[in-house]
Design a protein around this ligand. Structure first.
Ligand SMILES: [Zn+2]
Length: 147
């Protein structure tokens, strides 16, 4: 009979477990189109990258006494590293559901966007009124938006 106390099970070192956990986290987040980093880290880093552009913009506005008419809209594109660019998530304003490959966002000629299933329900195959503005359109005039 074997002496149980002499059986040794070699477990990977703690660092190997940490690497595996990190890999799983990154793969899982990547499959969802999310960052594996904490949202606070991403927000703080993106803010640090964008800060020089914000300061420059603020100085230009101050010097030239310019006021941009679009509120809460920054008129300059801030280039961020590829690792900080994620797929946008669209939630249909009618059904309140997140879009999927089978139920993608559809833009109507007026520029408003609803999910494909909502568009089908609203239109019932015929001419329909946009739920957000007075414009009417046909389902065939709506275009799929690729996120
Ligand atoms: Zn509309």
């Amino acid at each position: 009979m074997a002496n149980i106390s002499k059986i040794q099970i070699k477990l990977p070192k703690q660092t190997a477990w940490d690497d595996v956990a990190s890999s799983f986290t990154r793969e899982f987040c990547s499959s969802l189109g999310l960052s594996a980093e904490s949202p606070l880290y991403v927000a703080a880093t993106a803010g640090a990258i964008a800060l020089p552009s914000h300061v420059k913009y603020a100085n230009i506005v101050k010097k030239k006494h310019t006021e941009w008419t679009t509120q809460n809209e920054f008129p300059v594109e801030i280039p961020l590293p590829r690792s900080m660019i994620y797929h946008a998530i669209f939630v249909c304003p009618v059904s309140k559901e997140q879009s999927t490959e089978d139920n993608p966002p559809m833009m109507m000629p007026c520029g408003h966007v609803v999910a494909k299933e909502s568009l089908a329900k609203l239109s019932k195959g015929g001419r329909f009124k946009c739920p957000y503005c007075p414009n009417e359109s046909q389902p065939k005039d709506a275009r799929e938006i690729i996120l």
